[in-house]
Design a protein around this ligand. Structure first.
Ligand code: SF4
Ligand code: SF4
Length: 81
């Protein structure tokens, strides 16, 4: 089991509901709340800390804070040997 404690800071007051973060996330972390037109962050432990959601957000409404102490950040190729 991979244990992570990644965090994503989201500022709803800055968000304009453009959906770009939702489209950018290639894993299942960002879902879309159609009713409120805003992203919903689920399964944050699955976040690959690619920073795409943060990068595409022109309103700086998202900040990704990776957990650098987690096991996930210290994987190496020996696991494939
Ligand atoms: S990219 Fe930014 S402004 Fe657009 S929906 Fe996501 S958080 Fe909101
Ligand atoms: S950092 Fe990457 S994987 Fe994590 S929520 Fe943002 S887009 Fe998804």
């Amino acid at each position: 089991m991979i244990r992570t404690n990644h965090k994503i800071e989201y500022s709803p007051e800055k968000c304009v509901g453009c959906k770009l973060c939702y489209k950018a996330c290639f894993v299942d972390v960002i879902r879309w709340d159609e009713e409120n037109k805003r992203p919903v962050f689920k399964y944050i432990s699955d976040c690959e800390h690619c920073f795409l959601c943060q990068a595409v957000c022109a309103k700086e409404a998202i900040r990704v804070i990776p957990d650098y102490s987690s096991e996930h950040m210290h994987q190496n190729f020996s696991q494939y040997a």
